[in-house]
Design a protein around this ligand. Structure first.
Ligand code: SF4
Length: 78
């Protein structure tokens, strides 16, 4: 199972994630930060499970995020 973890409070609103993967991201009209669609807030961070086909692009976006607040985790336990 793969997950995206988003430390939203440090987002600078550059929109790279939204531009590259709009099926998972939206830009907030309220505060200009990125919202991870359907994510749950847990321990101060947003998390959502993603499909295996979304992992590769998600990892690239995590690397591209200028403040490195996106993490992609993978576990063997499905
Ligand atoms: S790429 Fe990073 S800093 Fe830019 S909007 Fe997305 S989460 Fe925020």
């Amino acid at each position: 199972m793969a997950k995206i973890i988003h430390y939203r409070n440090k987002c600078i609103g550059c929109a790279i994630c939204f531009e590259q993967q709009p099926e998972l991201w939206r830009m907030s009209k309220k505060d200009g930060k990125a919202n991870l669609i359907k994510a749950l807030l847990k321990n101060q961070v947003y998390q959502v499970t993603i499909h295996p086909s979304q992992i590769e692009l998600s990892v690239r976006i995590a690397e591209a995020c200028p403040v490195k607040i996106i993490k992609v985790t993978q576990s063997e336990n499905n």
